[in-house]
Structures are given as structure tokens and as C-alpha cells.
Design a protein around this ligand. Structure first.
Ligand SMILES: NC(=O)C1=CN([C@@H]2O[C@H](COP(=O)(O)OP(=O)(O)OC[C@H]3O[C@@H](n4cnc5c(N)ncnc54)[C@H](O)[C@@H]3O)[C@@H](O)[C@H]2O)C=CC1
Ligand SMILES: CC(=O)[C@](C)(O)C(=O)O
Ligand SMILES: [Mg+2]
Ligand SMILES: [Mg+2]
Length: 335
């Protein structure tokens, strides 16, 4: 049923489609900084566009850019890359991009949210495409600097020039993405899978599973330091083994006792009910209900998000984590 995805690599791609184009990167946060630095180091012509002077502005200057006001960067650009937060993109588009849109401009996204849920509806005489890194911004930069790259998804929403895919792949290459691979997808597939992934596993699921295990051990009277190393710190090592060598590689590296306990008990913790919850979360994303809720939350000043950040900052996990930081840092490999 499932067809094999088209994956573009280094040899099949070229920077040519982006040569001579003036690229404006809007936003200099997690992804913005990584993209601006990687694209510049790959020889592309990059300007950073920001709303106002502040932390991002200072950081961009420190990194050798000469940031401009959003509209000034947009006026002089052929390619506009949206790397401000998803919830801010609609306003930036409406107020600072749309008034200066010219035929043959490109609108580029790192996540499909605003296009897929129709918060931004560009005219059809521009190209609209996406290059979505499958990893956090600082890692996109770190891998590139070390000669590697984080895999990316590429998708085309509007192809006025007939060259949108080549341009997406040129950006993917400049980012380091094709050193790994660029997988062709659609805005719908990227948006939905990205949201489902971050909610159910990458951010939500993993965080709650670690918290549940940690807090339970602490409640049962085990020392929090021991619980922290067991349920939070060691997870990285296990995940790194899966990352490097797959599940079989990880399983071969742990004891038979851990394999047996893992096979029999894991399924009791993450069971059919959990899978049902994942399905429900996925349906909420697909129906647009999650997007609607998040837009409403943002409109109210993001109280739930802010409370989540405050509570986590004050949590036992973070308190112990901060206390053990020195030990953890001391033990980390030095290169
Ligand atoms: N964070 C990540 O690693 C990933 C992010 N993405 C996507 O990349 C895009 C950018 O996300 P992040 O890098 O997380 O953003 P971020 O939150 O790190 O972006 C901050 C930047 O946007 C500016 N900014 C903040 N609020 C603004 C506003 N109201 N109006 C204008 N500018 C504002 C800040 O000054 C800063 O330069 C999003 O579409 C996101 O879904 C995709 C893959 C991973
Ligand atoms: C880092 C990433 O890919 C996420 C989790 O999708 C995001 O930050 O939105
Ligand atoms: Mg993601
Ligand atoms: Mg995401």
C-alpha cells in the first residue's frame, strides 16, 4: 500500500536554482539562526529581516549579519523564508509581506501550518514551497558545521515558475539537508505528521513518560538523584543507540534481563489504550481542531503554554537536573 518515498541526496541536487537570488530570512530564533548561517556558509545571498531591535537583532549582528526591518528585507528580496513562530506568521505576512509581493517571488516555510490551515493564502503568481528540517534548529547548525546535515522534508504548494521543487532542493542542500536526504512530501503530510509527532512522542509523549517514571520512583521513596539518572539522563544513551544502530542495535547493547523485562512490561505501560490516545490526538490534528484550539490559546496570550513553562521550571525534575548538571557535564565526551 505505502509507496516508496522519493529521497533526494547530495549528488542529485544543486544550488543553481538559488544562485543570484536575494534571500530574506524572517526571524532569527531556533531555525532562523541555523538557516541564515548555513545558507550564508553555503555561498547564498542572505539578509535577516526582523521586526525590531532586541535579542535576535543583537545575535544576528554578533554573527556578522546586518539585520533589517522586516519590510525593508522583504522589499529587496526574491525569496522570503518564514522563520518567525507559526502563530506570528499570519500577521507578518499580512502587514509586512503581502503589500510588497511581486510576481515571481517565493514564499518558503519550514513547517506547513499556516498554508495547510489557510491562515496565509498567497496569490497564485508566486511560488510557495517548504523545506522542513526534522530536527531542532541548534542541531541543524551543529550537524552542518561538523560536515553533516539534518534530514529535511520538501514540498511544493504553488509552482508558478515551474521550478519550485528545484528551488526547495537548492535550499535543502544549502542547509545541509541533502547530506542526509530530502524526502518529497506535501504540506498536508508534513503539517499533520509534524504536529502528531511532537504532541504524542517527541515533546509531549517523551516528556510525560519521563516525568511519570521519575515522579513515581520519587513518590515510592527512592532518592531523586538516582531516579533522575535512571529515568531521564540515561534515556539519551538508549535513544542514541536506536539512532545509531536501530532497535536491534540498542537491544544487543542492553542486558538480557533488560530485554526480557522490556518486552514483557513495556507493552503493559504503553498499551492499546495509549495507541487509542495517539489515534485521537492524530484525529484532532487532521480535523483542524488542534489548530483551532492553539490559535484561540495564542489569541488569549498563551496562558496554558506560559503556565506549562513556569510549572516545568519549578518542577522537581528540573531542580534535580540543575543540581546534577555539573556531574553530567563532567562526564560528557570532550569532542
Ligand atoms: N524550533 C524548531 O526547531 C523547528 C521549527 N520549525 C518551524 O520553524 C518556524 C520557526 O520556528 P522557531 O525557529 O521555533 O521560532 P522561534 O520561536 O525560535 O522564533 C523566534 C524568532 O521570531 C521572532 N519573533 C517572535 N515573535 C514574533 C512576532 N510576534 N512577530 C515577528 N517576529 C517574531 C523572534 O524575534 C525571533 O527572531 C516555525 O514555522 C516552526 O514550526 C520547524 C522545524 C523545527
Ligand atoms: C523540532 C521540531 O521538529 C518540532 C518539534 O517539530 C518543532 O520544534 O516544532
Ligand atoms: Mg518537527
Ligand atoms: Mg513542529
Amino acid at each position: 500500500m505505502s509507496r516508496i518515498a522519493k529521497i533526494y541526496t547530495e549528488k542529485e541536487t544543486s544550488l543553481d536554482a538559488m544562485k543570484g537570488k536575494r534571500i530574506a530570512i524572517l526571524g532569527y530564533g531556533s531555525q532562523g539562526r541555523a538557516w541564515a548561517l548555513n545558507l550564508r556558509d553555503s555561498g547564498l545571498n542572505v539578509t535577516v529581516g526582523l521586526e525590531r531591535e532586541g535579542k535576535s537583532w543583537e545575535q544576528a549582528k554578533q554573527d556578522g549579519f546586518n539585520p533589517k526591518r522586516t519590510e525593508d528585507a522583504v522589499k529587496e528580496a526574491d525569496v522570503i523564508i518564514f522563520l518567525v513562530p507559526d502563530m506570528a506568521q499570519r500577521v507578518v505576512y499580512r502587514e509586512k509581506v503581502q503589500p510588497y509581493l511581486r510576481e515571481r517571488m517565493d514564499l518558503v516555510f519550514a513547517h506547513g501550518f499556516n498554508i495547510h490551515y489557510r491562515l496565509i493564502e498567497p496569490p497564485n503568481n508566486v511560488d510557495v514551497y517548504m523545506v522542513a528540517p526534522k530536527g531542532p534548529g541548534p542541531i541543524v547548525r551543529e550537524f552542518y558545521v561538523k560536515g553533516g546535515g539534518v534530514p529535511v522534508l520538501v514540498a511544493v504548494h504553488q509552482n508558478h515558475s515551474n521550478k519550485a521543487l528545484e528551488k526547495a532542493l537548492a535550499i535543502a542542500k544549502a542547509l545541509g539537508g541533502t547530506r542526509a536526504g530530502a524526502i518529497e512530501t506535501t504540506f498536508k503530510e508534513e503539517t499533520e505528521t509534524d504536529l502528531i509527532g511532537e504532541q504524542t512522542i517527541l515533546v509531549g509523549g517523551v516528556m510525560e513518560l519521563m516525568k511519570a517514571a521519575f515522579e513515581t520512583l520519587v513518590e515510592m521513596g527512592y532518592q531523586p538523584e538516582v531516579a533522575y539518572f535512571e529515568t531521564i539522563n540515561e534515556l539519551k544513551m538508549i535513544v542514541d543507540l536506536v539512532y545509531d544502530k536501530g532497535f536491534m542495535g540498542m537491544l544487543r547493547s542492553v542486558s538480557d534481563t533488560a530485554k526480557y523485562g522490556g518486552f514483557t512490561v513495556g507493552k503493559k505501560v504503553i498499551n492499546e489504550e495509549t495507541r487509542q490516545r495517539i489515534r485521537e490526538a492524530a484525529e484532532r490534528v487532521r480535523s483542524g481542531k488542534f489548530a483551532e484550539e492553539w490559535i484561540e490559546e495564542y489569541g488569549r496570550g498563551s496562558p496554558v503554554l506560559k503556565k506549562g513553562m513556569e510549572d516545568m521550571d519549578k518542577s522537581k525534575e528540573e531542580e534535580i537536573g540543575r543540581r546534577l548538571k555539573e556531574i553530567i557535564e563532567r562526564g560528557r565526551p570532550k569532542s
